[in-house]
Design a protein. Structure first.
Length: 327
């Protein structure tokens, strides 16, 4: 009787261990086989924006490397809250990703009650694009460089940007503090509104992304006088950086990056990161990004996290110095 009972116990134990091993094998096989269906990529902006265009350009060859297509899903509005909430309602299985931007780091200080903790709930995969802003004047203004503009307008300088709290708007606040003047920053709803104000002479200076005003620049409707990157933009090699123009420490480089849910298997993150780096290193993608005035830029998850945290602190200081109350 004892022998039979011991044998039965051993059989149950063996069955239990086999089940555990089977689950482990399925888990490992699942990661190895990922992806087995299309991968959804949530974009917190409407179609045609920089984050949308760059992700779609990179997404097609990335899908080819992964063996499954990437399905882009635009969810604009609410400062990215709706898109991020949708992302966090999905499983941490690598089948739902999201594009975040430097605007996400601004939201960390600009909004008091976000329904999530972005630094804890999401994990970076890789950057996708790096891009500068550009400072522009009306060609009819007669100003050929930034110092001439500052000397002529002084504290009467009027700067146009898009919405309050945007990267462009806070970059104007940063510029104002570093240029040591009492400029008036005037926010407009859209980039075309900013352009119209500059062309009508309502403002002296506009700050926006090169991509948004590329057509106006190419057609000589506006004159770029400074770029905000640490080095000159290859799309405008004759335009100086802010440091070269005399405004030290005025660096603004925007970015788009791909993120996954916290808890996503590191092997999936690693595979995505490796394949994104391969896609962004191709001549075709680098050329197509350069035509938009942006740099195809991949990095490691650790590097992206460091940049993310650094930008949160940078924009927190700008918001506090400008006296902007959290929303």
């Amino acid at each position: 009787m004892i022998t039979v009972l011991r044998l039965f116990t051993l059989m149950l134990l063996a069955a239990f261990m086999a089940g555990c091993n089977s689950e482990d094998n399925v888990s490992a096989g699942g990661v190895d086989a990922w992806p087995e269906k299309p991968v959804r990529v949530i974009i917190p902006f409407g179609p045609g924006g920089l984050a949308d265009v760059t992700m779609r350009l990179a997404g097609e060859p990335l899908g080819e490397l992964l063996g499954e297509r990437l399905v882009m899903e635009n969810r604009p509005g609410a400062g990215g809250v709706a898109a991020t909430t949708t992302m966090l309602n999905a499983d941490a299985d690598g089948y739902t990703l999201i594009v975040l931007t430097n605007g996400t780091t601004i939201a960390e200080s600009l909004f008091d009650d976000l329904p999530y903790n972005i630094t804890e709930d999401l994990v970076p995969v890789s950057a996708v694009a790096w891009f500068d802003l550009v400072l522009l004047v009306n060609p009819d203004s007669g100003y050929k460089d930034l110092q001439a503009l500052l000397e002529a307008r002084g504290d009467n300088l009027r700067i146009a940007t898009i919405n309050p709290g945007s990267t462009q708007n806070l970059s104007a606040e940063l510029f104002k503090s570093l240029a040591s003047n009492s400029a008036t920053i005037i926010p407009y709803r859209t980039t075309p509104d900013v352009l119209g104000a500059l062309l009508r002479g309502e403002v002296d200076l506009a700050i926006d992304a090169y991509t948004a005003l590329k057509g106006a620049i190419d057609n000589n409707q506006v004159t770029p006088i400074v770029v905000t990157g640490e080095v000159r933009n290859p799309a405008m090699p004759d335009i100086p950086t802010a440091v070269e123009a005399g405004i030290t420490e005025f660096f603004v480089t925007g970015w788009n990056a791909l993120y996954a849910r916290k808890g996503t298997d590191p092997a999936i993150i690693n595979r995505l990161n490796t394949n994104i780096a391969s896609v962004l290193a191709t001549d075709d993608i680098r050329t197509r990004f350069a035509e938009l005035g942006v740099e195809a830029h991949a990095n490691t998850p650790q590097e992206m996290q460091q940049r993310f945290l650094s930008d949160i602190e940078k924009w927190r200081r700008v918001i506090e110095a400008a006296g902007i109350d959290p929303l």
